[in-house]
Design a protein around this ligand. Structure first.
Ligand SMILES: C[S@@+](CC[C@H](N)C(=O)[O-])C[C@H]1O[C@@H](n2cnc3c(N)ncnc32)[C@H](O)[C@@H]1O
Length: 434
């Protein structure tokens, strides 16, 4: 089987860097990246700086891409935002999803190209979204549409630091496989879906888990009249790992089983940062601001409806502890913000923010990956959007094993899927208020 990859929402190329670092033949044949509303496209420019100009690197809104023009691929990859995936029936125009919701573009690519494998990343909140009023609906919608397209699905929430990587970044990774793959057949042989979670799957190879699952919960995505009924009614408590096979869902809460090497914030820090503007003592009042932001607080507040309440948050380590992995990096890294890292410089002991190079190292990108001409602010921004490359490499290694057991798979254009796929419009210039 070939290993052609298409990378959606490519950012600065985290999936590509991770897969290519395996040296196992992954070949990115198409990539799309577009930062909405920005004239200068820093992430895309960095992508091109590393991977070259190509007619198959596209810098347009994915919604505007004719999905049939995308080259054939064996795996589709991408990290996409958690949004509202509900749909509604709007009469003459048929079933509609909200405009600008990127899941529907992923779905369109799958439907146009039918890649044998799909590998996606999202924030862990996806599993409970949109929250208590209909917990699990949005992830359920992803499972429902993948089932309609003819795929089995496994997911796992992984905190990179649980496996020795240098950042406490928790994300959900989703692996889907077409019904005609050998792997789908292997999954089908299991009498119990729990064994799929605990057994041979792409997550367990390099990131093993303890054999006891808690909060086990089973269910189905079947039994709904149509996708609109599903959108209105489905609710499910998804735990941090699970599988959907032939409409059945199995989920449970796992614990990482790792006792290997650990990379800490201190390990990835430079010996000394030259840039004086990073130091808190160079900006009047900055130390005090950080002390306040990071400290514990109880603030009386009033909600829009006039309800009075006390907002409280605990204190956090200040400065950040070098003996532990870094915290989750956000796109706002280096702004005066509670979540920004503040470290003690190894050379002079003064408090400072992290350097762009340190931000790259927290994500395990090669040094100076974003030093491609973009302002520093965007070097942090693109890293806040990116992922821990080591996790992609680890899962990619597991996918390599699966692919080594596949025979010649039908190309998308030969794969015929006869299941029912309900069309969902999502390009109409209207936002549904559901
Ligand atoms: C979560 S980030 C993924 C980052 C990537 N995995 C990396 O390693 O850098 C999502 C990316 O999708 C891009 N994006 C957002 N809306 C888009 C759209 N309509 N079309 C194409 N790309 C979009 C953002 O600019 C951002 O870079």
């Amino acid at each position: 089987m070939q290993k052609r990859v298409a990378e959606m929402f490519a950012g600065v190329g985290g999936f590509r860097v991770g897969l290519e670092s395996l040296n196992s033949g992954w070949d990115t044949v198409w990539a799309n990246q577009w930062e909405p509303g920005k004239k200068v496209q820093h992430a895309y420019d960095a992508y091109v700086a590393h991977f070259g100009e190509s007619k198959n690197h596209s810098n347009v809104d994915i919604n505007k891409v004719d999905k049939n023009t995308i080259p054939d691929m064996d795996m589709l990859v991408g990290g996409f935002p958690c949004q509202d995936y509900s749909v509604a029936n709007s009469g003459a125009t048929g079933i509609q999803g909200k405009k600008g919701v990127l899941w529907w573009d992923i779905r369109d690519v799958i439907q146009a190209k039918f890649p044998p494998f799909v590998f996606l990343e999202n924030v862990d909140r996806l599993l409970s979204s949109p929250g208590p009023r209909q917990r699990g609906r949005d992830f359920g919608m992803i499972l429902y549409t993948l089932q309609q397209l003819g795929y089995g699905v496994q997911w796992r929430v992984i905190n990179a630091a649980d496996y020795g990587f240098p950042q406490r970044r928790r994300r959900v990774f989703i692996f889907a496989y077409r019904k005609d793959t050998n792997y789908y057949g292997e999954v089908a042989k299991h009498k119990n879906l729990k064994d799929v979670v605990l057994g041979d799957n792409p997550f367990n190879k390099r990131m093993p888990i303890k054999q006891t699952l808690t909060e086990v919960h089973e269910g189905t995505i079947d039994g709904y009249d149509d996708i609109v009924d599903f959108s209105n009614e489905f609710s499910f408590k998804f735990a941090n790992t699970g599988v959907m096979h032939d409409s059945k869902i199995f989920t449970g809460k796992y614990q990482a089983d790792y006792s290997g090497k650990v990379i800490t914030l201190g390990d990835i820090m430079v010996d000394h940062a030259e840039d004086e503007s990073l130091y808190l003592d160079q900006h009047e009042g900055q130390l005090k601001k950080f002390e306040y932001l990071k400290g514990p607080k109880r603030i009386p507040r009033k909600s829009a409806s006039g309800h009075e309440y006390v907002y409280s948050e605990g204190g956090m380590a200040f400065p950040d502890v070098p003996e532990r992995p870094g915290r989750t990096m956000l796109t706002s890294e280096r702004s005066v913000n509670r979540s920004t890292h503040v470290v003690r410089d190894k050379g002079n002991g003064r408090l400072r923010m992290i350097t762009p190079l340190e931000a790259e190292r927290l994500n395990m990108f090669p040094d100076n990956w974003t030093d491609t001409g973009m302002p520093d602010r965007f070097r942090y921004f693109t890293m806040g959007n990116a992922l821990v490359v080591g996790v992609i490499k680890a899962i990619g290694d597991g996918i390599d094993d699966i692919i080594s057991k596949e025979g010649e798979l039908a190309d998308a254009n030969q794969f015929e899927w006869h299941g029912e796929i309900e069309p969902v419009e999502h390009t109409e210039p209207m936002d549904l208020d559901i």
